[in-house]
Design a protein around this ligand. Structure first.
Ligand SMILES: [Zn+2]
Length: 261
């Protein structure tokens, strides 16, 4: 009886290993994989077509040591942009995989609004590469949270999906409960600096049961796009007040109006 059971389970396993690729082939015929950023059919799922790949605005070094925005020419190790000197942020360093334009913008929209959650994996892989100097075993990966009303509406937090993918590809400890958004803020874009600060004030808290987790730890905040920076600044302020030793930021894209010259 026991041998028979092993025999059946072995046969099922073998069948599964044959049917998986067959199923995949059938699926690819019915639903051919498409480029993550445009409708072009491609050979491999969750990849980019050659045209989108060629125009992906990946950020390459040299970059501003604080904001991670690209410089047009090499100006030395740990160089700072004029903005980083004039308005030093609450966080230590920010790194982004690409500029928020072209196919990168399409990817962010596809993940967030078309619920293409499978895109978080390649996007997280590129983020892990861009943020390799921030990651490591000791870092806590904390996604910028959504307010529960927005979470119910969207059904998932794209930043949490990205943080999970970064942990998988680049290391770090995924901790999605460290920050809670207690205020359902309106979008920051279009507001003045003063209005942004007022809008975001008191929006984030570290719940009491999470405080022991961040005391003395390095935190890497994860978000999809760095636009004005006021959201991650507000998060960093709360985390530092609650005992984090250092807060860095890792985003998929950074708005191109922060381009340094
Ligand atoms: Zn494409």
């Amino acid at each position: 009886m026991r041998l028979e059971t092993i025999g059946i389970s072995g046969a099922v396993k073998r069948l599964a290993s044959w049917t998986k690729p067959v199923g995949r082939v059938v699926l690819d015929i019915l639903l051919p994989p498409r480029c993550a950023a445009c409708p072009q059919e491609i050979a491999e799922d969750a990849g980019l077509c050659p045209a989108c790949w060629a125009t992906m605005p990946f950020i390459e070094h040299p970059v501003c040591h604080r904001f991670g925005t690209p410089f047009t020419h090499e100006i030395g190790v740990a160089a700072l942009s004029p903005r980083a000197i004039a308005e030093p942020p609450e966080f230590d360093r920010c790194r982004s995989a690409c500029l928020y334009q072209g196919p990168a913008k399409d990817l962010v929209h596809a993940l967030k609004f078309s619920r293409r959650r499978e895109l978080a994996d390649p996007m997280g892989r590129w983020m892990a590469r861009a943020g390799r100097e921030l990651l490591g075993e000791a870092a806590l990966l904390v996604p910028v949270p959504l307010h529960r009303v927005r979470l119910i509406k969207r059904q998932f937090n794209q930043s949490a999906d990205l943080a999970r993918a970064i942990a998988r590809h680049g290391g770090g400890e995924y901790q999605p409960e460290v920050l809670r958004r207690v205020k359902n803020t309106r979008p920051q874009v279009g507001l003045t600096a003063k209005q942004r600060q007022k809008n975001i004030r008191g929006a984030f808290v570290v719940p009491p049961e999470q405080r022991g987790l961040i005391a003395g730890r390095r935190v890497v905040l994860v978000d999809d796009v760095f636009t004005t920076g006021s959201t991650v600044e507000a998060c960093a302020r709360v985390l530092l007040r609650q005992g984090a030793v250092c807060v860095d930021v890792l985003t998929f894209a950074v708005a191109s109006d922060w381009l340094e010259t």
